[in-house]
Design a binder for this molecule. Structure first.
Ligand SMILES: [Fe+2]
Ligand SMILES: [Fe+2]
Length: 362
């Protein structure tokens, strides 16, 4: 529901409300109970950074490098003749507006993460978990700050994709901290980590690369928090509770697939139109150069996408990918890619052991 927040003066911007559901939990034991989380907290304290000081904002965006290494969802359009022959000003406009749209959704996701990390301080039962969530809250504030500053140099902040908003609402609104951890640390941050890695590897724009390097290091830790904490707890759950978490994860993944299949494309085309590019004309030109485009797309292993390539391996590692739910995922993929391809799909990817090393590689 969109309205002005109660108690705020009229000149406040429009805000959006969603009800938080959680029980705040005290823990009177201050000793460490889950060492791996306490270590992660210590690591987070050691690696704090300041967005406006540690990144070099002085040179702004290198427009040429930015436009030269423009790719959409891992598809390197910059290698086509069509792209090479576009007027440089138009190239910059298309690349900057499209990237502003992608980064805006990263930005809104970061705001969601900021709020959920703050909730986790209240909701998790272990002191180690509360300490860690406090550092994540700080990390997410810095990410919101950094992405907003970069978008400001590019274009303007664009609206959140409805399906991302739905996942964030569901994660903020649900009561259980384990559900929040699955929705945020596993699904939303899994998507973020995978997408940041893709973008970091494809761009040669120095400031964006530096920003994504800093942010990705933090995100690797956030995913590790979810994996370590949930691993500690899931083996103690009843089958009924485990199943409920598994269903919750599936529902969030379903929304991710929906956003990738539908809305994202239309919003991107809108950005192209604003930049003076006819999307249909562009698609035809790209199709004519299919071979050039596909030559640089990594083979199947690298193109699994965030759900098969990262979210599902995480769920598998947590024991939230049973045979029952695998059937649901197959049906989901069948809807977006067709029955035949979905039946042949393998879910063989493993969660990388060292997430930081993985996110900064490739
Ligand atoms: Fe973040
Ligand atoms: Fe995060």
């Amino acid at each position: 529901m969109t309205k002005t927040a109660p108690g705020l003066p009229d000149q406040q911007p429009q805000t959006d409300h969603v009800r938080v559901g959680l029980d705040a939990i005290y823990n009177w034991n201050y000793d460490s109970e889950i060492d791996s989380l306490r270590n992660l907290y210590a690591n987070a304290l050691d690696r704090q950074w300041i967005a406006l000081k540690d990144l070099d904002w002085s040179k702004g965006i290198d427009r040429e490098k930015f436009s030269q290494t423009f790719s959409v969802a891992g598809v390197p359009l910059q290698h086509t003749q069509w792209w090479k022959h576009l007027d440089p000003e138009k190239k910059w406009k298309v690349a900057s507006k499209t990237t502003a749209f992608l980064l805006s959704n990263f930005l809104h996701g970061e705001q969601g993460a900021l709020m959920v990390a703050g909730e986790m301080v209240n909701a998790v039962p272990h002191m180690d978990g509360k300490f860690y969530a406090a550092t994540q809250t700080m990390d997410e504030a810095r990410h919101v700050e950094a992405f907003a500053a970069y978008i400001d140099l590019l274009d303007e902040v664009r609206p959140i994709m409805p399906s991302l908003k739905e996942i964030l609402d569901a994660t903020i609104g649900c009561e259980g901290w384990m559900h929040k951890a699955v929705g945020m640390q596993v699904v939303v941050e899994g998507l973020a980590l995978y997408s940041f890695r893709d973008m970091r590897n494809s761009t040669r724009e120095p400031l964006l690369k530096e920003l994504l390097t800093y942010v990705s290091r933090d995100e690797a830790r956030h995913c590790a928090y979810g994996v370590k904490y949930l691993n500690f707890i899931i083996s103690t759950l009843s089958e009924e509770m485990r199943r409920e978490l598994e269903d919750f994860a599936f529902e969030a993944a379903r929304l991710l697939v929906a956003s990738r299949a539908g809305g994202a494309r239309e919003s991107m085309f809108e950005a192209w139109r604003e930049a003076g590019l006819d999307p249909m004309e562009a698609l035809t030109a790209i199709r004519d150069e299919r071979e050039t485009v596909m030559r640089d797309v990594p083979p199947e292993g690298g193109a699994a996408g965030p759900i098969r390539g990262f979210v599902i391996p995480t769920l598998k590692a947590l024991g939230l990918f049973s045979e029952r739910i695998e059937g649901h995922y197959r049906n989901l993929f069948a809807e977006s890619m067709g029955e035949e391809r979905a039946t042949a799909l393998q879910f063989g990817w493993e969660l990388p052991e060292d997430l930081e090393e993985w996110v900064l590689s490739g």
